[in-house]
Structure formats: structure tokens, C-alpha cells
Design a protein around this ligand. Structure first.
Ligand SMILES: *[C@@H]1O[C@H](CO)[C@@H](O)[C@H](O)[C@H]1NC(C)=O
Ligand SMILES: *[C@@H]1O[C@H](CO)[C@@H](O)[C@H](O)[C@H]1NC(C)=O
Ligand SMILES: *[C@@H]1O[C@H](CO)[C@@H](O)[C@H](O)[C@H]1NC(C)=O
Ligand SMILES: *[C@@H]1O[C@H](CO)[C@@H](O)[C@H](O)[C@H]1NC(C)=O
Ligand SMILES: *[C@@H]1O[C@H](CO)[C@@H](O)[C@H](O)[C@H]1NC(C)=O
Ligand SMILES: *[C@@H]1O[C@H](CO)[C@@H](O)[C@H](O)[C@H]1NC(C)=O
Ligand SMILES: *[C@@H]1O[C@H](CO)[C@@H](O)[C@H](O)[C@H]1NC(C)=O
Ligand SMILES: *[C@@H]1O[C@H](CO)[C@@H](O)[C@H](O)[C@H]1NC(C)=O
Length: 422
């Protein structure tokens, strides 16, 4: 870690009036502490010209208005305001380009018309809605409002942000996503990444996202989603995270998502593989760890020839059927750790390259290594009634299968399942 204090160029402190403002600078950045009035801004003139980050720490004012921020030197590219519990309202002048406000009681942001702001991050604050003033920030490319108190998202409130590429509203109290715009929005053509994770969503209409023609990632994980409404018809979306919700079933039959490559459904309440999953032929990662599956047939992913990783660990599987001629030809990893399998049949596994199978923490007593397909190049099988294991052909020949103590195992496995919660 760089010890910047040794390289201080400027240390300025005042103890005039009531205030105790201080300025400390290194080569690249300055800290301005305890600003309590417009008079304290005289300190800006001592900021060295090669500094481009100014951090204002502990602002002791409810309203940071133009008189406070207008004088920030133009060579400051990044303005950070942090640990300012008094702050409730900020008025951002046109010239501020990148602004980060971390840990405050901020509940109002005003932005001057024709703002040059491209980057706005607000974290740990009291905002309850996406500020209307963002319509003045037409250059905005990146917006994060995280760990605040937002209650909902109306896509219409960002309609005029025609450069917005990244929207992250993680960790708020968002209960709904709507779009009340009755006109075409510039943002539809630019928004690429949407993060709404760790909110209070219970249902989401997937059709809303259809208009966002550049969207590649949609993160809805760790909400309380029980059901999805509508169908996702989307040609560019690559990754969909729905893990950590309360989905009981999922029907993908009407979806059209040709670019989708990763779907995460861990920690839901699904009892079946989603219907029509195998129509999503570009998917390479599919995870359903910690759900309620009780049986699985490889037929439900038949023909998914881009599928590489399939994770069904931490379910209630008592049987898996892996026999099909339509076996996903490029599957590399099948993880069924932490289930209740009693038998395993790896007789016919027609994959192009090699498959790694994980079946640790099951109750397998019935497994015939001598007929297992050579296409299974790695097998991990800790904690079963029978234990066989190999990671090379040589080990496979040498290492005989061993039997273990069944009663111990049951207790043991139940306890180890605590890992399935995350
Ligand atoms: C914003 O820009 C427009 C046109 O570029 C101009 O007419 C208007 O006066 C500007 N407003 C401000 C507050 O600078
Ligand atoms: C938002 O998107 C729709 C299409 O989904 C679009 O027609 C309109 O501009 C906006 N309004 C609503 C209600 O969806
Ligand atoms: C499928 O995914 C690959 C990347 O894994 C991508 O290059 C290709 O364009 C995708 N296909 C379609 C139809 O989007
Ligand atoms: C999962 O579904 C079962 C019914 O199938 C229900 O009893 C249980 O409460 C659900 N769990 C969660 C976390 O929603
Ligand atoms: C799989 O489980 C479901 C219920 O969980 C049951 O309806 C179905 O018959 C089972 N299929 C097989 C092949 O056991
Ligand atoms: C697995 O089987 C054991 C013994 O039959 C049972 O006690 C346990 O509840 C089962 N676990 C799951 C997740 O189905
Ligand atoms: C191994 O995979 C090939 C396809 O790559 C297939 O033709 C062959 O039948 C498989 N063998 C076994 C024993 O699974
Ligand atoms: C089976 O037991 C033998 C002797 O203890 C040991 O060398 C071998 O590694 C064991 N094999 C497995 C797969 O655990």
C-alpha cells in the first residue's frame, strides 16, 4: 500500500470561527475535511494542479449548493463526497463530470441544466426515488444508486438519458419496475447493463426489457421474486441472474433469447427444470443449485450443444438419468454434489471432449466403475456409501472403489448441507 501521507504537498488547516476545515493533498489527490460554510472554499486555491481527485470528507451542511461546488478547480475530474451525515441536499453545477457521494443522509439532488456529468454514484443515502433532475444530465453514462431507499423504478424517469449504459440500483427497497413513458426514449438504445439485485421485487414483467435493444446483462438476484410475467424476447441479452429468489416454476417456452449464455437460478424453490430450457441453445452455463428438484433427466437439456457447466448441487435428487443420444455434446462439468442419489450410471456419455462429474455428499451405494464411460475423465465422489475417484486414466486403473460406513454418512451429510444455503 502506498503511504501517501509521506508525500503530502499541502496541509492547510484553519480554526477560525466555529469551523475546523482542513486540506491535505498528495501528488494525485486531496482531502478536504469538515467544510461548514462557503467561506471554507477559499481552500480550493491551494489544490495543486496535477491533482485530479478531490474528496470532501464530513461536509457539515444540510445543503451543498452552487456556492460550495462552483469554485472546484476545473482540473478536478472526480469529486467524492463521503461520510457526511449532515448532508441532505446537493445542487450540482454544470461543470461537475464525475460525482460520487458515499455515506450521507442525502434525499435530494438538483442538477443544473446542460450538466456535463457522465458518472454519478450515490451509495448509502436516503433517496426514495430516482431523482427527476437526472433529465438535466443528458451526458450521463453510468448511474449507481446503491444501498439507498429507492422504492421503485420507472424506466420513464431515465427516458432522456440517451447515453446511459450502466444502471445499478442494488440494495434498495424497490418493489416494482414499470415504464409509463408514452414516447420513444433515447435510453432504450444505450442501456446495456441493469442491476436490480438485493431489492424487494416480488414479480417482474420481462416484456418491459424488450425495448432495451443493447441490454446484455440483467441482474435480478436476491429479491423475492415468485413469478415472472410476460416473456423475454431479446436478441442481445447474454446473462440473466435470478438466483436467490422464490420462484416455484419457470416456463421459458415463449422466450426468444438467442444470445443468452448464462442463466443463474440458484437458491429458488423450483421443483422442475424450467420448461423449454433446451430451446435456449446458446446457453453455456446453467445453475440450479439449492432448489427442490427431486429427479432429473438429461433429456431436459437434450440438444443444448453449447452447454458446458450444469450445476444441480444441493437439491433433493434421488435419481438422475443420464442416458440419451442427445446428450449436450460439449458438457464439461456436471455437478450433483449434495443430493440424495443412491445410484449412478455413467455407462453411455457421448460428449465431444471430456466430462467431469461431481457426486460428493450423496448416498450412492450402487456404482459400477468397470462400465463407466471413458468420456468421464474426472469423477469426484467423496462421502458416499461407495467411494471411487479419478482425475486421470492412470488413477482410474489403480484406485479401487472403497465402501464407507452408511450410518455415519447420513448424519454427516445432513450437517454438511449447511453449505447449500449460500
Ligand atoms: C443549455 O443549452 C441550450 C442549448 O445548447 C441553451 O439554449 C441553454 O441556454 C443552456 N442552458 C443553460 C442553463 O446553460
Ligand atoms: C415503455 O416501453 C413500451 C414498450 O414496452 C413503449 O411502447 C413505451 O415507450 C413505454 N411505455 C410502456 C408503458 O411500456
Ligand atoms: C452464442 O454465443 C456465442 C458466444 O458464446 C456468440 O458468439 C454467438 O454470437 C451467440 N449466438 C447468437 C445467435 O447470438
Ligand atoms: C417453497 O415451496 C414450498 C411448497 O412447495 C413452500 O412450503 C415453501 O415455503 C417455499 N419456500 C420458500 C422459501 O418460498
Ligand atoms: C419426477 O418428479 C416428479 C414430482 O416431483 C414426478 O411427477 C415425476 O413422475 C418424476 N419423474 C420420474 C421419472 O421419476
Ligand atoms: C435425503 O435422504 C435422507 C435419508 O433418507 C433424508 O433424511 C433426507 O431428508 C433427504 N434429504 C433431502 C434433501 O431430500
Ligand atoms: C464417448 O463419446 C463419443 C462421442 O464423442 C461417443 O461416440 C461414444 O459413444 C462415447 N462413449 C461412451 C462409452 O460414452
Ligand atoms: C481406497 O482405500 C485405499 C486404501 O486405504 C486407498 O489407497 C485408496 O486411495 C482408496 N480409494 C479411494 C477412491 O478413496
Amino acid at each position: 500500500m502506498r503511504c501517501w501521507i509521506l508525500r503530502l504537498l499541502v496541509i492547510l488547516s484553519t480554526a477560525n470561527r466555529m469551523g475546523t476545515m482542513r486540506l491535505q493533498c498528495s501528488k494525485e489527490f486531496c482531502y478536504l475535511y469538515d467544510v461548514s460554510s462557503q467561506e471554507d472554499t477559499f481552500a480550493y486555491q491551494y489544490i495543486p494542479k496535477d491533482v485530479d481527485i478531490l474528496t470532501v470528507e464530513n461536509v457539515m451542511m444540510e445543503h451543498v449548493d452552487h456556492s460550495i461546488l462552483d469554485g472546484v478547480p476545473s482540473f478536478i475530474d472526480n469529486l467524492i463526497i463521503q461520510n457526511s451525515y449532515t448532508l441532505r441536499w446537493i445542487s450540482v453545477p454544470q461543470a461537475v463530470g464525475n460525482l460520487l457521494i458515499v455515506t450521507s443522509n442525502l434525499r435530494r439532488i438538483d442538477i443544473e441544466a446542460n450538466s456535463s456529468m457522465t458518472y454519478l454514484g450515490v451509495s448509502l443515502c436516503d433517496l426514495v426515488k430516482v431523482p427527476d433532475a437526472l433529465q438535466n444530465a443528458r451526458q450521463l453514462e453510468w448511474l449507481h444508486i446503491t444501498s439507498c431507499k429507492l422504492q421503485g423504478l420507472n424506466l420513464a424517469s431515465l427516458c432522456d438519458n440517451a447515453h446511459l449504459g450502466t444502471l445499478n440500483l442494488m440494495g434498495n427497497k424497490i418493489r416494482y419496475v414499470v415504464n409509463t413513458s408514452t414516447r420513444y426514449c433515447g435510453m432504450y438504445d444505450t442501456l446495456a447493463s441493469i442491476t436490480l439485485s438485493e431489492n424487494l421485487l416480488t414479480t417482474v414483467n420481462m416484456e418491459l426489457f424488450g425495448v432495451l435493444v443493447k441490454m446484455d446483462t440483467l441482474y435480478l438476484h436476491n429479491n423475492r421474486i415468485r413469478a415472472l410475467a410476460g416473456e423475454l424476447i431479446h436478441s442481445t441479452v447474454i446473462e440473466l441472474r435470478m438466483d436467490g429468489n422464490k420462484l416455484m416454476d419457470l416456463d421459458l417456452c415463449g422466450w426468444c433469447v438467442p444470445s443468452l449464455t448464462r442463466i443463474l437460478l440458484d437458491r429458488n424453490n423450483l421443483t422442475f427444470i424450467p420448461e423449454c430450457l433446451n430451446m435456449l441453445t446458446n446457453v453455456s452455463l446453467f445453475t440450479m443449485r439449492s432448489n427442490q428438484l427431486s429427479n432429473f433427466s438429461i433429456e431436459s437439456v437434450a440438444g443444448m450443444n453449447n452447454l458446458r457447466h450444469l450445476d444441480l448441487s444441493c437439491n433433493k435428487l434421488t435419481m438422475v438419468s443420464l442416458q440419451t443420444v442427445n446428450f449436450p455434446a460439449n458438457l464439461e462439468l456436471l455437478n450433483v454434489d449434495y443430493n440424495n442419489l443412491t445410484a449412478l450410471d455413467l455407462f453411455f456419455i457421448p460428449v465431444k471432449v471430456a466430462l467431469q462429474v461431481r457426486v460428493s455428499f450423496n448416498l450412492i451405494s450402487n456404482f459400477d466403475v468397470s462400465v463407466a464411460s471413458r468420456n468421464v475423465t474426472q469423477l469426484t465422489m467423496y462421502d458416499n456409501l461407495i467411494v471411487c475417484e479419478w482425475n486421470t486414466p492412470l488413477v482410474r486403473e489403480r484406485n479401487r472403489c472403497n465402501k464407507t460406513e452408511g450410518n455415519v454418512l447420513l448424519v454427516h451429510n445432513a450437517r454438511l448441507r449447511s453449505v447449500c444455503r449460500n
